[in-house]
Write a protein of this length. Structure first.
Ligand code: S3P
Length: 445
C-alpha cells in the first residue's frame, strides 16, 4: 500500500503543447494475468504496473502461480486450467474490485475454501452480483460480511454445472467472472448480455484460440464458451488506457490554447463513449493512425482546447463511459448550459459514491448540481472565479482524486486534495505527466 499524501494546488496551469504516452490499460492487464495463469506455458506481459495490478499478481502467487519480473515485463508460468493451489488461506485484493470479482469467478471451480479480503472501500462494494451466478453453478460462500461483502470465504465446486446466465447489471466484471468460471466448467456456458460493456476478455480469449462464440441478436449478445479446453501461453504488450487518456483530453479542452497528442491509446468501442460525448458537446477530437493489435484497436489522439456546450447524456451510452464520468462532470461544470447524465446509478457503487463525491467538489467551488439516485444535472459555469481555500477528501477513490486535480489546475483554485496516493491504483505516472505539462503543486506527507 502506498504511503498517504495530499496534493496542494495553488496555481493555474499555463497553456501547453505536448505529446504524451499515458499508463497502460488496467482492464486488459488484469485479464492478461488471469488468463495467463490458466494457459499452458510461460506468458510474457508488458502491461500496467500499478497497485491494483500488484494485488492481482500477489493473489495469483498466493495460489501457486509462479510470476517473475525482468525489466518491465512479467513472466507468468501457467499450468493450465484447474492448476491453482491453496498456498495461503487468504488472498488480499486491496482496493481492486476487478481482482476480487475475477477471483470469485475463477475460484468457483476449485473445491478448497479460501478467504477473499480487501481495503475499507472494497469491503463496502457489492459482491452479490457475482455470487448469485457462481451459486448457480454449485459454488458456495460459506462466510461473508453482511452476506454479500468482503471479507468472505468462497468454497468452489469440483462439479460445476454449465448453463445459461442472463446478465442483469451492465458490468464487464461480472461477465468476466462468469467467463473465468466457465473456463473450468465442463460443457458450454452461455451468457446473455443486454448491455454494451467492455469486451476485452472475449477479445483475448478469441486471440488465444479458446472455443468462444459471440452471436448478436438485435441489442442482445449471446456469448458461449466451452470450458476445460487447453490454451497456450502468449505475449502481450498492453496499450495505454483510454480511461487515463481522458483526464488529459479533458484538461486540454478546458485550457485556452493548448494541444496534446496521446500515442497508441486503446480505443476499444466499449471504452470510448466519452469521445462521442465530448464531440457531441463540440470538441473535435482527432483519432487517427488506427490499427489492430492482438484483437484490440489502438490509435493516436489529437486534442485542441475548445469551449464546449453541455448536453443531455442518454443512459444507453453510460456503460461505454462508466469510468470517465467523474472527469466528464468536471468539464460539464466548466462548460456552458445544463448537462444531464441519465442512468448512472452504477456510479454510486464504485470505489466511492462518485456522484456524491463529485457534487461535493463542484458545489464547494460554486457549481450548482442536482441529483437523484441515477441522474446528475450540472449547471455549467464557464466564467467561474473562485478565491477561497478548500480541502477535498477522495474516499480512497483514484478517479475522484485525478478529477479534482484537473479541476484545481484548470481554475487555479487553492485546493488540498487528500488521499492522493489512491492514484497509484491505476495511474502511477499521473503526477509525472502533469509535471511535463507544467503543472505546479506541492506534495504534503
Ligand atoms: C472494469 C469494469 C467496470 C469498470 C472497472 C473495470 C473491468 O466495472 O468500472 O473500473 O475491467 O471489467 P463494472 O464491470 O462493475 O462496471
Amino acid at each position: 500500500m502506498s504511503k498517504k499524501f495530499s496534493i496542494l494546488i495553488k496555481k493555474k496551469l499555463k497553456d501547453f503543447n505536448q505529446t504524451l504516452s499515458v499508463d497502460k490499460d488496467k482492464s486488459i492487464t488484469h485479464r492478461a494475468f488471469f488468463l495467463a495463469s490458466q494457459c499452458q506455458g510461460i506468458s510474457c506481459i508488458d502491461g500496467l504496473e500499478s497497485e491494483d495490478i500488484f494485488e492481482t499478481i500477489n493473489c495469483l502467487k498466493n495460489l501457486g502461480v509462479r510470476i517473475f519480473k525482468k525489466k518491465n515485463k512479467y513472466f507468468v508460468f501457467g499450468n493450465g486450467i484447474g492448476s491453482l493451489r491453496k498456498f495461503k488461506n487468504i488472498i488480499y485484493c486491496g482496493n481492486s474490485g476487478t481482482t476480487a470479482r475475477f477471483f470469485l469467478g475463477l475460484l468457483s471451480t476449485y473445491q478448497f475454501p479460501i478467504k477473499i479480503t480487501g481495503d475499507a472501500s472494497l469491503s463496502k462494494r457489492p459482491m452479490g452480483r457475482v455470487i448469485k451466478y457462481i451459486n448457480k453453478i454449485g459454488a458456495e460462500i460459506v462466510e461473508a460480511k453482511n452476506k454479500f461483502n468482503l471479507p468472505l470465504v468462497i468454497q468452489g465446486t469440483n462439479y460445476p454445472l454449465a448453463q445459461q446466465h442472463i446478465l442483469d447489471v451492465p458490468s464487464a466484471q461480472v461477465k468476466t467472472a462468469i467467463l473465468l468460471s466457465a473456463l473450468g466448467t465442463l460443457g458450454t456456458t452461455e451468457i446473455v448480455e443486454n448491455f454494451d460493456t467492455r469486451d476485452h476478455t472475449e477479445i483475448l480469449l478469441k486471440y488465444l484460440g479458446a472455443p468462444i462464440r459471440i452471436k448478436k441478436i438485435g441489442n442482445k449478445k449471446i456469448i458461449s464458451l466451452r470450458g476445460c479446453e487447453e490454451m497456450q501461453s502468449f505475449n502481450i504488450n498492453v496499450p495505454p488506457d483510454p480511461s487515463n487518456a481522458c483526464f488529459f483530453i479533458v484538461q486540454t479542452l478546458c485550457m485556452k490554447k493548448s494541444q496534446i497528442k496521446l500515442k497508441n491509446v486503446c480505443i476499444n468501442y466499449f471504452r470510448t463513449g466519452f469521445i462521442d460525448i465530448l464531440n457531441k458537446m463540440g470538441a473535435r477530437i482527432k483519432v487517427y493512425n488506427k490499427r489492430k493489435i492482438k484483437g484490440e484497436y489502438v490509435a493516436d489522439i489529437l486534442v485542441k482546447s475548445k469551449r464546449l456546450k453541455n448536453i443531455s447524456v442518454p443512459k444507453s451510452i453510460i456503460p461505454r463511459t462508466i469510468d470517465e464520468l467523474p472527469i466528464l462532470f468536471v468539464i460539464c461544470g466548466l462548460s456552458q448550459g445544463k448537462a444531464k447524465f441519465n442512468g448512472i446509478a452504477e456510479l454510486r457503487i464504485k470505489e466511492s459514491d462518485r456522484i456524491a463525491a463529485m457534487e461535493k467538489g463542484l458545489n464547494l467551488i460554486g457549481i450548482r448540481t442536482k441529483s437523484t439516485k441515477d441522474t446528475l444535472t450540472i449547471y455549467g459555469n464557464p466564467n467561474i472565479k473562485f478565491q477561497k481555500k478548500i480541502s477535498l477528501p477522495t474516499n480512497l477513490d483514484h478517479r475522484i482524486a485525478m478529477s479534482f486535480f484537473i479541476l484545481g489546475q484548470t481554475l487555479g483554485v487553492h485546493m488540498t486534495i487528500k488521499g492522493f496516493e489512491s492514484v497509484n491504483s491505476s495511474f502511477p505516472n499521473f503526477l509525472k505527466l502533469q509535471k511535463k505539462l507544467g503543472a505546479k503543486y506541492e506534495i504534503k506527507k
